[in-house]
Design a protein around this ligand. Structure first.
Ligand SMILES: NC(=O)c1ccc[n+]([C@@H]2O[C@H](COP(=O)([O-])OP(=O)(O)OC[C@H]3O[C@@H](n4cnc5c(N)ncnc54)[C@H](OP(=O)(O)O)[C@@H]3O)[C@@H](O)[C@H]2O)c1
Length: 324
């Protein structure tokens, strides 16, 4: 059994990891660390875990586990690793943005590999530490990877994406307050969202730098999911585009092409990303949807762990969509 620990286990990605790891046949969840809930049962924070586990939160991580998931707000992972040390053999999977870019991927001798399996599966399977991608970044990179690989991103790419409220974490803020968020819709950080850097670095990795990425992120009034659309000039036929995407993702168990225009409920509560292609007047429109807490965070983190430990990539991730 893989012995696992979770740091930041009272937050949204931590909670989702607890649920996944308790149901993972190859994992034993040894501890869940919390600064603020030491000694409390996990179900006091997550009532859906009632009867699922007798674990209580701890404020002392167990140093000899096989893998640790860091589910902390941005900037806290490095601080945590300075304060607490783990066995040199312990693998680290960090869900924050701290180590995602090549210029930040080395932390005191620990090298972090960018954990997007659709781009880096071989490197992930050999990695000791993983920087798990951002949720918007995953949706957008999956939408554009096949075009980038063929160097078909020759003109500006326009991207719109809407995220649910869990994307902002469990802490209450003005824009996640029910009265503000419910029945509301808003734009934020137009053209400057922080995930653009990792998106650009991933796409640029295929060769010449991709042109301008015009990204408009939006907040939706639903809790989970990302619905992203990207469009770009494309000279091929729609069938050529479908063949390109099918070929690129032929070995990706979670990234699937759909014939019908997708809707969020077909991926919410799953680790799948669904992609749909549409051609109009020389422009290719790619729709990319996923669950921000699963393929956009904790599900992808488990997928990365499976790759690192040489077990089937979908172990513990055969999940059921809510559907309706
Ligand atoms: N939410 C998403 O959809 C999503 C998607 C992809 C990536 N991410 C990234 O994943 C990370 C976690 O996100 P989240 O949504 O789970 O956040 P969250 O709900 O705010 O949870 C973060 C947890 O970290 C702990 N924490 C906060 N400050 C800390 C500190 N200074 N030192 C140690 N622990 C601290 C807290 O738990 P305790 O008080 O119990 O210790 C808190 O519950 C973030 O970096 C986020 O950007 C999130």
């Amino acid at each position: 059994m893989i012995r696992a620990g979770i740091i930041g286990g009272s937050g949204y990605t931590g909670g989702e990891l607890i649920r996944l790891l308790l149901n993972h046949t190859e994992v034993r969840l040894d501890f869940v660390f919390s600064r603020t809930r030491n000694g409390e049962s996990l179900h006091t924070t997550f009532p859906d875990l009632t009867g699922q586990t007798t674990l209580v939160y701890t404020n002392r991580p167990e140093p000899d586990v096989d893998v640790v998931f860091l589910c902390l707000g941005h900037g806290n992972s490095g601080r945590f690793m300075e304060e607490w040390s783990f066995n040199p053999e312990t693998r680290i999977i960090d869900l924050s943005n701290e180590f995602r870019l090549s210029e930040t991927s080395d932390f005191k001798g620990k090298a972090f590999v960018y954990g997007l399996p659709e781009r880096n599966a071989d490197r992930i399977s050999r990695a000791r530490n993983i920087a798990n991608p951002g949720c918007f970044a995953t949706a957008i990179e999956l939408a554009l990877l096949p075009l980038a690989q063929e160097q078909l991103l020759t003109q500006a790419v326009h991207i719109n994406a809407v995220t649910g409220s869990t994307g902002a974490g469990a802490g209450l803020s003005e824009t996640s307050h029910f009265s503000w968020r419910n029945n509301n819709f808003s734009l934020y950080k137009p053209f400057i969202h922080q995930h653009l850097a990792e998106i650009r670095e991933t796409l640029d990795g295929f060769g010449p730098p991709v042109p301008e990425l015009f990204f408009l992120p939006h907040r939706g009034d639903f809790p989970r999911g990302i619905f992203a659309t990207a469009y770009v000039a494309y000279e091929g036929t729609i069938q050529e585009a479908r063949d390109l995407y099918a070929s690129y993702y032929r070995e990706a168990p979670f990234t699937l092409l759909t014939e019908a225009v997708p809707n969020l409920k077909q991926v919410v509560n799953t680790n799948s990303a669904h992609l749909h292609l549409h051609k109009h007047n020389g422009v290719l429109l790619i729709t990319s949807i996923l669950d921000n807490l699963l393929k956009g965070a904790s599900g992808q983190a488990v997928e990365n762990m499976n790759l690192m430990f040489g077990i089937p990539r979908d172990t513990g991730l055969k999940l059921k969509a809510i559907g309706f």
